[in-house]
Design a protein around this ligand. Structure first.
Ligand SMILES: *[C@@H]1O[C@H](CO)[C@@H](O)[C@H](O)[C@H]1NC(C)=O
Ligand SMILES: *[C@@H]1O[C@H](CO)[C@@H](O)[C@H](O)[C@H]1NC(C)=O
Ligand SMILES: *[C@@H]1O[C@H](CO)[C@@H](O)[C@H](O)[C@H]1NC(C)=O
Ligand SMILES: *[C@@H]1O[C@H](CO)[C@@H](O)[C@H](O)[C@H]1NC(C)=O
Ligand SMILES: *[C@@H]1O[C@H](CO)[C@@H](O)[C@H](O)[C@H]1NC(C)=O
Ligand SMILES: *[C@@H]1O[C@H](CO)[C@@H](O)[C@H](O)[C@H]1NC(C)=O
Ligand SMILES: *[C@@H]1O[C@H](CO)[C@@H](O)[C@H](O)[C@H]1NC(C)=O
Length: 219
């Protein structure tokens, strides 16, 4: 019984030590090798190692990046181009043709990751009590709550935006890949699911490293 304090003290030391231990940096998840600047998000011990914004857990052989806003399934990592391909895990869990994105993508400002030139934004307006300047999303049933709409963000007339957002229950902005948006652009209100399921990309700079993250307090 007198072992218990000693044991928990050693566990504490161990967890501090593990903050920078090698297993935090390189690991295999499914077909992907996860390496610097990403590190392991230990679901049973979230403070185990690494910094918010660049933490990946491995759940049933599927790598999941934990961002501030939600969890994102990692589709690939290109260490040469310094890009990571992501899809909102919640979107993948939903009906293929008609997923509903619930939150904006957000990550800690100093996490060392950012959007790339391949990304463009979509804006969803949910349950609007006026008709917006487009066809409503055909697969959402309105149930009397008003129609929902999706636009390429840059297509929204800025003078309309305040009126539109005020008239709708929820506005959600999400990045998609330009390439997949092009494929469905003419039928965006019925085919946006394709763009959402192909996700988006984040990139990091060669200067992104954990020394930098640590200096920033991991914020
Ligand atoms: C993200 O994953 C973590 C760990 O599995 C879980 O605790 C958390 O609820 C998830 N967050 C969302 C928004 O689903
Ligand atoms: C990655 O970089 C290589 C070499 O510069 C380039 O050929 C390739 O198109 C890039 N891939 C992406 C996804 O940007
Ligand atoms: C998309 O929106 C995010 C946040 O709302 C912004 O940081 C980003 O620059 C936008 N991307 C483009 C291509 O406009
Ligand atoms: C997905 O949604 C579409 C449109 O509402 C519907 O026709 C289809 O049956 C749904 N598929 C599944 C698997 O629920
Ligand atoms: C998403 O961001 C937009 C501004 O870019 C904001 O108006 C909206 O309220 C945000 N939505 C959520 C769900 O936070
Ligand atoms: C990389 O550096 C460029 C130029 O300073 C900056 O615009 C970009 O946002 C940075 N990207 C990341 C992922 O930090
Ligand atoms: C991280 O960056 C710092 C300063 O920018 C540099 O001194 C250090 O060598 C870098 N570490 C790695 C592992 O790249």
């Amino acid at each position: 019984m007198s072992l218990l304090p000693i044991l928990s003290f050693s566990l504490l030391l161990l967890s501090i030590h593990n903050y920078s231990s090698p297993d935090c940096n390189r690991f295999q998840c499914g077909d992907l090798t996860i390496d610097y600047p990403f590190s392991l998000y230990d679901t049973t011990n979230p403070d185990h190692c690494g910094l918010p914004g660049l933490l990946i857990s491995c759940e049933n052989h599927v790598p999941i990046l934990h961002l501030q806003s939600a969890n994102y399934t990692v589709q690939g990592i290109n260490y040469e181009n310094r890009t990571i391909a992501l899809v909102d895990t919640d979107v993948l869990d939903q009906n293929e043709t008609c997923p509903r994105v619930k939150n904006n993508v957000t990550f800690f400002a100093n996490a060392g990751i950012d959007y790339t030139n391949s990304d463009v934004n979509l804006t969803f307006f949910y349950e609007c009590n006026i008709a917006l300047n487009s066809s409503p999303i055909s697969c959402f049933t309105s149930n009397g709550h008003g129609d929902s709409y999706v636009f390429r963000t840059s297509d929204i007339p800025s003078y309309q935006y305040p009126t539109w957002s005020a008239a709708c229950q929820l506005v959600v902005v999400v990045p998609v890949l330009n390439y997949y948006l092009d494929q469905v652009y003419n039928d965006l209100n019925s085919a946006f699911g394709v763009a959402l399921r192909n996700g988006f990309q984040l990139g990091w700079n060669s200067t992104t490293n954990c020394t930098k993250c640590l200096d920033n307090g991991g914020q």
